[in-house]
Design a protein around this ligand. Structure first.
Ligand SMILES: NC(=O)c1ccc[n+]([C@@H]2O[C@H](COP(=O)([O-])OP(=O)(O)OC[C@H]3O[C@@H](n4cnc5c(N)ncnc54)[C@H](O)[C@@H]3O)[C@@H](O)[C@H]2O)c1
Length: 364
């Protein structure tokens, strides 16, 4: 039985992870620590809200004293660290909060873990798992081999630079102090509870509302898409069986250009509207409600400064050593994600509040 502290557990991936963990590890204690920034939403935990194992604490990861007391009082033995400022565009407009949360905040958590686990020896065994990104490796050309765990770091945005810094701190706490750490670097996630400023959910809500689909530059940037359920299983494998001090890449094996992805989503939406006439009255502003192709909403916008061209993940290490396999194809995952947003209109309408609208209007 584990006793987990899940930081950022009210965010997109963190909440999916908490659902996954409680579904597969009934009886484990799960303490969620989340500051509930614009991206955090307690409603993301609704499906598990009644579970007695779950305890929610609204706090900043940089509150070292509070984290120390939680680790001690709850006898927590595992930290799964998702909390971060996570949106590249926001990091371009305001990098300071990224340095504060991703670097200082991660260091604060490491200090608390070192104090309680190594100095006070409060638990017999511990594990600090750090969730990071493939963006720390920089950008690839069309023909470069995919990122491996030994690819040199070359972060290009303030977001990826702060994630890279946090990865180095986690590594250093293992090598210097002997903290039992693992790190996973993953590709672009998508799925339920994805905040609708990121590409896939933004496309879905805009398609339904008949709003432009902003495409950066020529739309040829390539990402490797990872369904969040596969990511959660990958993290679970690393926590349970990963070797201390090791880094594992987690990918979806689904490279696609942004334009291909958007065209696929448009086809899925058009097919849904053609099959289900009730959607036409639910979303009268969608082009598909009037028999027009959803692709008519595609609008090219000025490219993001320093926009990385291609990310691709080589995840043979986690496959060979821990038995990981991505189970969700891009087509299946996109269909399931669209179906989730259709079934959860109340959720996405509620999160699209003032701060969200302000951010979107700044960016596009
Ligand atoms: N989404 C992706 O495609 C992706 C890809 C690679 C890596 N990651 C990493 O996965 C992690 C989770 O990403 P996400 O997409 O779920 O992000 P998210 O923005 O949806 O969630 C982040 C959560 O962290 C919380 N948080 C932010 N600052 C905090 C602070 N100072 N103290 C406590 N909580 C704080 C927010 O309230 C939010 O609930 C991040 O570390 C991110 O870098 C994400």
């Amino acid at each position: 039985m584990r006793r987990l502290l899940v930081t950022g557990g009210a965010g997109f991936i963190g909440a999916n992870f908490v659902h996954h963990w409680l579904q597969h590890h009934a009886g484990d204690r799960v303490v969620v620590l989340d500051a509930l920034t614009y991206a955090g939403n307690r409603n993301n935990l609704d499906p598990v809200r009644q579970r007695p194992e779950l305890h929610f604490v609204q706090a900043d990861i940089a509150d070292t004293a509070l984290v120390e007391s939680l680790l001690r009082d709850e006898r927590l033995d595992t930290i799964v660290h998702f909390a971060a400022e996570s949106h590249v565009d926001r990091s371009i407009h305001g990098p300071d909060t990224f340095v504060q949360t991703n670097v200082i905040g991660t260091h604060s958590l490491l200090k608390a873990a070192r104090k309680v686990w190594l100095e006070e020896k409060a638990v017999a065994q511990h594990r600090f798992h750090h969730v990071s990104t493939d963006e720390v490796y920089g950008s690839l050309s069309a023909t470069d081999p995919a990122f491996t765990e030994t690819t040199p770091y070359a972060p290009n945005s303030p977001y990826s630079a702060t994630k890279a810094a946090s990865d180095h701190l986690v590594r250093a706490y293992h090598h210097t102090y002997g903290l039992n750490v693992t790190t996973s670097n993953c590709s672009n996630n998508y799925g339920p509870y994805h905040f609708p400023e990121k590409l896939i959910p933004l496309m879905i809500v805009n398609l339904l509302q008949g709003k432009p689909l902003p495409v950066y530059g020529d739309g040829q940037n390539i990402r490797d898409w990872l369904h969040v359920s596969d990511h959660c299983r990958g993290i679970e494998l690393v926590i349970n069986n990963g070797v201390a001090g090791q880094v594992y890449n987690i990918g979806g094996g689904a490279e696609a250009t942004n334009l291909t992805l958007i065209n696929s989503m448009c086809s899925i939406v058009d097919a849904h509207f053609a099959r289900d006439s009730a959607l036409k009255s639910r979303f009268p502003n969608a082009p598909a409600a009037h028999g027009k192709p959803s692709t008519s909403l595609i609008t090219y916008v000025k490219d993001r400064p320093g926009h990385d061209r291609r990310y691709a993940i080589d995840c043979r290490k986690i496959e060979n050593e821990l038995g990981y396999r991505a189970q969700t194809t891009l087509d299946t995952g996109l269909r399931a994600t669209f179906a989730w947003y259709l079934a959860n209109e109340t959720w996405w309408r509620a999160v699209m509040d003032g701060s969200y609208r302000e951010c979107i209007s700044q960016q596009y």
